[in-house]
Structure formats: structure tokens, C-alpha cells
Design a protein around this ligand. Structure first.
Ligand SMILES: Cc1cc2nc3c(=O)[nH]c(=O)nc-3n(C[C@H](O)[C@H](O)[C@H](O)COP(=O)(O)OP(=O)(O)OC[C@H]3O[C@@H](n4cnc5c(N)ncnc54)[C@H](O)[C@@H]3O)c2cc1C
Length: 476
């Protein structure tokens, strides 16, 4: 239906490229405009110190057949299955994740175990009906003590606001349908027989990093006659009073026209760039805000550090919240080198000092912190280091954020040829699979003319990881 219409996609991340790929398959003329020099967005992979790395840990997982089918269609056999090992570092101890009873008993004192069970029992008796905040939601499910041990510090590092200010939507999306009973049952009996759990114990990982999915998609788009323009940042969107987009302009003043526009650029910047906009909506949209990530990569002169793919760092004495060990994903990304690349994640807002730290300061802090946690030997050396900054990568679900987002959604729905999708594109805390699904569905909507209810992906969908004993909910 759209074949003779020209579609422009802003952003070559998972959402934008999937939409372009699906449309190109149907013969639609599609142009992707990307502000950076490469594809993959936050899920890109790149060469570093002679190896391949991702932007922090990037595990691909979906229980949705259409997403998995697309993954296989694009990646074909160029992937491997990775055994997942992730732990939580709390009070100088490692807790298996998902929790295992023996390991929990070994790590906690009898008093702490009693406190967990007692606070859980109390919670069951008192209960709380209005679960508006993350803190209320988690406490209701697990009790106060478990909330304090396994949720509070990490979540506050990640979001930069206290847990009583984080909307329960985040918990509901990421740690849905979970109970202490389930967690304990899994800890005692394991997850044998649970098909989904087995699936998430292993995950499919492209042999050249997670970004290979998008590199292959880009190649296919070009082969099908599509176009991808790099280093072009869209900053102005020319709109008329009838809510039709006529053209877009990039930072260098180049103008692009299209019949249909799919946007994956940050929602707030899309609104800010519109030439005609309801001022009230613009003001409301300014209340939506994002958290940034700074990634510090350290190359260590050892190939045997810790065994995890990544570790969640709860310890309040260090600023970073997660460490990825790229030695433990698949050997093909290590390119026969005998060093280990670690990646430490630091989160901050635009106005926080950390976001403005120099590379030198960040690298020095990362090395100090990794030594404080004793995750590398005293005798180990840092051979190389690098810093990558990812702005606006976490849409902050502050309590009541929907009161600001909903009017924006309603306003944008009135546009006749504009479709905002993606993680910061639609202010949704998407993983790759959600963004891919949005890309598939928007292409379907454009082709068929039938509304695919895109704004409800993630929040309303039965989140795929419900069967995982996802006690910490940290699939960030
Ligand atoms: C540290 C970290 C760890 C993660 N771990 C996982 C994981 O384990 N598993 C998982 O599935 N997901 C993970 N994710 C999430 C995953 O990266 C995202 O869900 C996914 O990349 C979102 O895709 P997207 O296309 O919606 O957005 P993006 O990837 O952000 O792509 C948007 C694209 O638009 C471009 N752009 C922005 N503004 C403009 C503009 N004005 N003009 C032109 N182009 C523009 C950007 O450069 C970017 O390429 C993680 C994310 C982070 C930050």
C-alpha cells in the first residue's frame, strides 16, 4: 500500500532499522537518517583495543515469535548460544542471580534471613492497596528487608531518584508476576522443567557482537534499494496547522521531504524541533526527562578475571552500578587476544557533575573502583581505556510521569504522517526486542493502514520475562 510513498526514518537504531527493513522488503522507498557514523544506536557493537564490544551488556531475548523469526532471518547462523552468568555484588559478597538458596544461606546471617521472612510475613498481613511507587510495589511483593537488600541501592544509582519517587510502572514492566514464594521455590527446586527459564539461561548472541543484527539489516536495506545517510542530525521538523509533517532539516541545513516520517529521535527533542506546536504540550513535554549513561572501558592484562557476563554492583561505596566482562560472551569477539575488556556503567543527569567529568577523571575513577571491589588482582594492569557517553538512554519513570506523557501521546496520535517509536523515541523503557517489535508493527501499520496500538507495547504486553525469577529486575 505504501510502496509508492516515500518514507523517512529518523535514527538507525533497532527500532528505526527494523521499520526500514520491513518496509524495504515490501518495496517501499525508504531513507534512514542517522546522526552518528554507524548503525545500531545504543545496541551497536564496535572495535576496541583489537576486540569487539557492545555498549554495556546486550543480551538479546524475546519470547515473541515474530521478533525471534526476524532475528533468525537477519542473523541466520552467525550467532552462538551464550550461557548466562550474572551475579549481584552486595556487602562484599556475590549473590547468584537468579537467587539460589544455598548461596543465599551461605551469604546471609541467620538474623538477616529471619528479617527477610519476618518482613515478608508482616507485609502479607498489612498489605497495601495503592502501589504507585516502585518502593511500594517491591515491598508489597517481597517485604521491606528484601527491598532494602536487593532493590534500593541499585535502583537509586540507576535512576538518580529515591525509590519512593520511581513509578511502579518500571517494576510492573520488568519484574512482573513474581512472588517470594516463586523465588524460594525456584531457589529450592531449581527451574528444571521451566521451558522459558531454560531459554533465558542461555541467549543467542551474534558472533560479532549484538550490533551485528543491525549491521546485517543495514546491508539488506541497501541491497533492497533503501538509503542510509550518516552524520545527519535532524533538528527541525516542519509541520503545518493540520498536523502534517512536510519536511525535516538537519544541523547543516539540508532539507529532506517524505510522505511518511518514522521518528526514533528523543521524543522531547522531536517536539522541540517542530515548527508548529501547541505550546501547552511543549511545556508538558519538558517535564519528561532522561538519565544518561557513561561507559568506561578498561583493558586488563589478564584473560582470567571473574566468570560473569555482567555483575550488578549494589555497593554504595562505588559510583558505578554494573560491570560487563566481554571475555565471557563468545570467543569470536575477543579476536584471539589474551586480555580482558571490562565496561563499567555510571549513570547521571545532564546537570550532574559526573556527566561533565573529563575522560581522564572517569578512567581514574573506574580503575580505583574496580580495585576497591577487588575484581582484578592487585598485580593486574590497565593497558588501555576508553569512554563512551550515551545521552538520554533511560526515560525516567518518575511517579506520575504518565500525566505528562499521555497528553503528548494523544497530541502526536493526531499527526497524519508522523510515527514516533523506540526507546527514547516514544519514552518507553524498551529492550532491543521491544524496539524491534515496534519497528515491525509500524511497518505493518503503514502497509495496512490499521492501527497496531504501538504505544501499548511494553507496558501492556505480557512481558516476556515473567517466567524468569527476575528478583532484581535489572534487565536494563
Ligand atoms: C547500557 C545499556 C545496556 C542495555 N542492555 C540491553 C540488553 O541487555 N538487552 C536488550 O535487549 N537491550 C538492552 N539495552 C537497550 C537497547 O540498547 C535499546 O532498547 C535499543 O537500542 C533501543 O533501540 P531504539 O532504536 O529504540 O533506540 P536507539 O538504539 O537509541 O536508536 C536511536 C537512533 O537514533 C539516532 N538519533 C537520535 N537523534 C537523532 C536525530 N536528531 N537525527 C538523526 N538520528 C538521531 C541515534 O544516534 C540512534 O542511532 C541496553 C541499553 C543500554 C544503554
Amino acid at each position: 500500500m505504501s510502496s509508492n510513498k516515500k518514507v523517512i526514518v529518523i535514527g538507525a537504531g533497532p527500532a528505526g532499522l527494523t521499520a526500514a527493513y520491513e518496509l524495504a522488503k515490501k518495496g517501499t522507498k525508504v531513507t534512514v537518517i542517522e546522526s552518528t557514523g554507524s548503525v545500531g544506536g545504543m545496541a551497536k557493537s564496535f572495535e576496541l583495543f583489537g576486540q569487539i564490544v557492545d555498549c554495556g551488556p546486550h543480551r538479546f531475548f524475546s519470547s515473541d515469535k515474530i521478533v525471534n523469526d526476524l532475528f533468525h532471518e537477519v542473523v541466520q547462523d552467525d550467532y552462538t548460544l551464550v550461557n548466562r552468568l550474572t551475579r549481584i555484588y552486595y556487602k562484599n559478597k556475590f549473590f547468584d542471580y537468579p537467587l539460589k538458596l544455598g548461596n543465599v544461606l551461605k551469604n546471609l546471617s541467620p538474623i538477616e534471613i529471619f528479617q527477610i521472612l519476618w518482613s515478608y510475613a508482616i507485609q502479607r498481613i498489612i498489605g497495601k492497596k495503592n502501589l504507585e511507587t516502585f518502593e511500594d510495589w517491591v515491598t508489597d511483593k517481597f517485604g521491606k528487608k528484601l527491598f532494602q537488600m536487593f532493590f534500593k541501592t541499585y535502583s537509586e544509582k540507576l535512576w538518580g531518584i529515591t525509590c519512593d519517587k520511581i513509578d511502579s510502572d518500571w517494576a510492573a514492566q520488568r519484574i512482573k508476576k513474581l512472588s517470594l514464594y516463586e523465588a524460594v521455590k525456584a531457589a529450592i527446586f531449581g527451574n528444571k522443567g521451566n521451558k522459558h527459564k531454560t531459554l533465558v539461561d542461555q541467549f543467542a548472541y551474534p558472533k560479532n557482537g549484538t550490533g551485528e543484527v543491525y549491521e546485517k539489516m543495514a546491508t539488506a536495506i541497501l541491497k533492497m534499494g533503501g538509503e542510509i545517510l550518516f552524520n545527519k542530525r535532524i533538528s527541525e521538523i516542519e509541520v503545518d496547522n493540520d498536523k502534517v509533517v512536510h519536511s525535516m532539516t538537519d544541523d547543516s541545513g539540508i532539507k529532506y521531504t517524505a510522505d511518511i516520517v518514522i521518528s526514533t529521535m528523543p521524543l522531547t527533542l522531536l517536539l522541540k524541533g517542530m515548527t508548529v506546536i501547541d505550546q501547552n504540550i511543549l511545556e508538558i513535554s519538558k517535564k519528561l526527562y532522561f538519565r544518561n549513561t557513561t561507559l568506561v572501558y578498561l583493558e586488563i592484562d589478564s584473560d582470567k578475571l571473574f566468570p560473569d557476563n555482567w555483575i550488578y554492583i549494589h555497593s554504595p561505596e562505588v559510583k558505578h552500578g554494573r560491570i560487563t566482562n566481554f571475555r565471557n560472551w563468545c570467543t569470536s569477539i575477543n579476536k584471539e587476544k589474551n586480555t580482558t575488556i571490562l565496561c563499567l556503567e555510571f549513570w547521571s543527569f545532564d546537570h550532574e557533575e559526573l556527566w561533565g567529568y573529563s575522560d581522564e577523571k572517569l578512567i581514574e575513577m573506574a580503575e580505583r573502583e574496580i580495585r576497591t571491589l577487588k575484581l582484578i588482582e592487585t598485580s593486574s594492569n590497565v593497558l588501555n581505556s576508553a569512554v563512551v557517553r550515551i545521552p538520554k538512554c533511560y526515560p525516567v519513570y518518575e511517579t506520575g510521569y504518565m500525566e505528562n506523557l499521555q497528553p503528548v501521546i494523544d497530541y502526536l496520535k493526531e499527526f497524519k504522517n508522523l510515527y514516533p517509536i523506540g526507546r527514547y523515541g516514544s519514552f518507553k523503557y524498551n529492550n532491543q526486542d521491544h524496539s524491534i517489535l515496534m519497528g515491525i508493527l509500524i511497518a505493518k501499520q503503514i502497509e495496512s493502514g490499521k492501527d497496531q496500538n504501538l504505544w501499548s507495547i511494553n507496558t501492556d504486553s505480557d512481558y516476556q520475562e515473567q517466567t524468569e525469577i527476575n528478583l532484581t529486575g535489572y534487565n536494563t
